[in-house]
Design a protein around this ligand. Structure first.
Ligand code: ADP
Ligand code: ZN
Length: 225
């Protein structure tokens, strides 16, 4: 069983990295942000409560977050483990997590703030299928049109300059300090988030002791040459 948490500033590519890891090691990718976005889109009771926080780039109150995480982890739909993305983000959430769950490692993707801002400003989402684009690295073939479904590409509602600033400030002030706490427990695996996604992924796997190439099957780990 592999249970990981992935952390990093907004724009560090943690969602992308979590998906790559989950795909090849048969882990369930649990994104707290995606769960909240689902609630907003489907106009649930929770969705109407969290919408304002998200749009302004503020952290959703801890009770709502813990409730969602607890509910999601109780589904227990994984066979090989999970990658939890977007939680914990402050001291209270970390305490709740450490008291209730066992994890193998916390992957911390590091990226300078200027690079994070650039990436968020160039990020676009397909308004129909939700696919992620980046006007610097992952450009669509036709400007503003999704390669996958032809949908219109739009910025994320919380990628406005004000919300970006607020989110990075929260990361610096609330999330960064918990990395120290986790470091004491020797759970942290640091990875440089500056290189292209596959390079970041390879470094991450090496540090986690997952010695497999992106296209190999996990079963080949440790097999003789
Ligand atoms: P980002 O990491 O770029 O902020 P996410 O998709 O992970 O994007 O999260 C989007 C928003 O959802 C956050 O800005 C915040 O409002 C809310 N959110 C997600 N995870 C948490 C959390 N653990 N605690 C509080 N709010 C959260
Ligand atoms: Zn699309």
């Amino acid at each position: 069983m592999r249970k990981y948490i992935i952390m990093g500033p907004q724009g560090s590519g943690k969602g992308t990295q979590a998906k790559m890891l989950a795909r090849d090691f048969d882990l369930v990718h649990i994104s707290v942000g995606d769960i909240f976005r689902w609630h907003v889109q489907n106009r649930t009771k929770l969705g109407t409560k969290v919408q304002r926080y998200m749009k302004e780039g503020r952290l959703v109150p801890d009770e709502m977050v813990s409730e969602v995480v607890k509910w999601r982890l109780e589904i227990h739909d994984w066979r090989c483990g999970f990658v939890l993305d977007g939680f914990p983000r402050n001291a209270a959430q970390t305490e709740f997590f450490l008291e209730n769950y066992d994890i193998d490692a916390v992957i911390a993707i590091e990226l300078p703030e200027e690079a994070a801002i650039m990436r968020m400003q160039s990020r676009r989402l397909c308004s129909s299928c939700g696919l992620d684009y980046n006007l610097i690295q992952l450009r669509p073939k036709v400007p503003d049109v999704c390669d996958n479904c032809g949908g219109r590409l739009v910025p994320r509602p919380d990628d406005t300059p004000e919300a970006i600033r607020a989110r990075l400030k929260d990361y610096r002030e609330k999330t960064q300090p918990i990395l120290d706490l986790l470091r004491e427990k020797e759970l942290i695996v640091r990875v440089d988030g500056t290189p292209p996604p596959d390079v970041v992924q390879a470094e991450m796997r090496q540090r986690l002791g997952l010695q497999v190439g992106v296209d190999e099957l996990p079963e080949t780990v440790g097999a003789p040459d």
